[in-house]
Design a protein around this ligand. Structure first.
Ligand code: HGY
Ligand code: MN
Ligand code: MN
Length: 419
């Protein structure tokens, strides 16, 4: 069989060239750039023998029927949206590799006993609307339609952006799939961490996806003249935010696996000679255990209340995302582990600190993931990189899973949906 990685890399390069920002990769949900990327992926799906469509939420879905048309589908996918100034692998690697695997099977004339759907979810990062997993939650039927009036930074709501993209927000719910339609969801993704590089391995078996809580926080003080307000009389919202951020860092250092990040902050009025009267900032808190994350969230909240009281600031916080840990399905992990071993690699289990679409799709079907090593564990950064050899290793493992399923079906009859 020809190598799969060169064609995968060429397609990743083509996608990377589609961006809102010159010289950087930024492709947000329901933007013109995303529409161009989706059109490219639709074409590749068609070339591979998949029947493509874009669903009511903007997800790109390519389907190839089983010997029996209408059979439940194994879904292989990831996301096509990116963070700002992203790398080229986070998301697209899983979609393009899924297409490549189907293409290889079609070329060999292999008909699978189940349908396969390759899905490019339209919004996993949540960068534009501060609501993450929109595409996969729509697919799973778990997205709250009331959230369609959620605005982006320019005041455009999700509903407005759907219309601008030629989609009808009143039909958003039609993206939802029924549980019986989906056998399982498999995602190949770069690790976005240093574990595989440290282990010296190209691929890893994901055990669970860490739970995450995101908050939108506001501190209100009093704007004032930088030259005339004495230090002890100030209600400086930005100095208060700085103390809150250091409190997050201190709390998260106390437990292994617990991570807290303040990724965005705005200070108002934002003038060099004005004491900031108001600050808004985000918190992204994660842990491999839900109890640990909830305890840390409570401790951080208490620390913030004390800081606000001491500095005479008012504190408001709102949960914008809260997703429990998602364990990967043991039976599907076993299938991936077998494929890793048959490809000649040690099976290296590891948790995912990053969130993934499987956190949403698990509402519909069992989920499992395969990690590919990325250099330095760097991600959400243009320096993100996966080598051709490692992409090839990941693609061959995924392809072997598909072949193994066909053999399993021939030996023991149709794959059964988990009860
Ligand atoms: O934030 C995450 O973990 C994912 O990359 N969206
Ligand atoms: Mn991702
Ligand atoms: Mn990401």
């Amino acid at each position: 069989m020809d190598a799969l990685a060169p064609r995968i890399q060429a397609r990743l390069d083509a996608l990377a060239a589609i961006s809102a920002d010159e010289g950087a990769i930024t492709r947000l949900y329901l933007t013109p750039e995303q529409a161009r990327a989706s059109a490219l992926v639709v074409g590749w799906m068609r070339e591979a023998g998949l029947t493509p469509r874009v669903d009511a939420a903007g997800n790109v879905i390519g389907r190839i029927e089983a010997v029996e048309p209408g059979a439940p589908a194994l879904v292989i996918g990831s996301h096509l949206d990116t963070v700002r100034d992203a790398g080229q692998y986070d998301g697209p690697l899983g979609v393009v590799t899924g297409i490549a695997c189907v293409e290889a099977l079609v070329r060999e004339g292999v008909r699978l006993p189940f349908a396969v759907e390759v899905v490019g979810f339209a919004d996993e990062e949540g960068t534009r609307f501060n609501a993450t997993l929109i595409g996969s939650r729509a697919f799973a039927g778990t997205f709250d339609p009331d959230k369609l009036d959620c605005p982006d930074g320019q005041g455009v709501t999700i509903a407005g952006a759907l219309r601008a993209a030629g989609l009808d927000p009143d039909r958003f719910h039609e993206a939802a799939r029924r549980a019986g339609e989906i056998l399982a969801y498999l995602e190949l993704h770069i690790e976005q961490g240093p574990g595989l590089e440290r282990a010296g391995l190209p691929v890893g078996l994901v055990t669970a996806i860490s739970g995450a809580t995101r908050l939108a926080v506001t501190l209100e003080g009093e704007a004032g003249h930088a030259g005339t307000v004495a230090m002890d009389g100030r209600r400086d919202a930005l100095a208060g935010a700085a103390a809150c951020i250091l409190a997050v860092e201190a709390r998260c250092r106390t437990d292994a696996g617990l991570v807290g990040t303040v990724g965005s902050l705005t200070a108002t009025p934002g003038a060099v000679n004005v004491i900031p009267g108001r600050v808004g900032f985000s918190l992204d808190l994660r842990a491999p255990d839900d109890g640990l994350r909830r305890a840390a969230l409570a401790d951080i909240g208490s620390a913030w209340e004390a800081i606000a009281a001491e500095r005479n600031l008012s504190l408001t916080k709102r949960i914008t995302h809260d997703a429990p840990c998602v364990p990967c399905d043991p039976a599907w992990m076993e299938r991936i582990a077998t494929a890793i071993a048959e490809e000649g690699y040690p099976v290296h289990p590891l948790p995912s600190g990053a969130g993934h679409d499987g956190m949403a799709v698990v509402a519909l079907a069992p989920v499992a993931m395969l990690f590919v090593r990325c250099r330095g564990g760097i991600s959400h950064n243009p320096a993100e990189f996966a080598s051709l050899e490692d992409i090839e290793a990941g693609a061959r493992v995924l392809l072997r899973v598909l072949r193994g399923l066909a053999a399993e079906h021939d030996a023991s009859g149709p794959l059964v949906l988990d009860p």
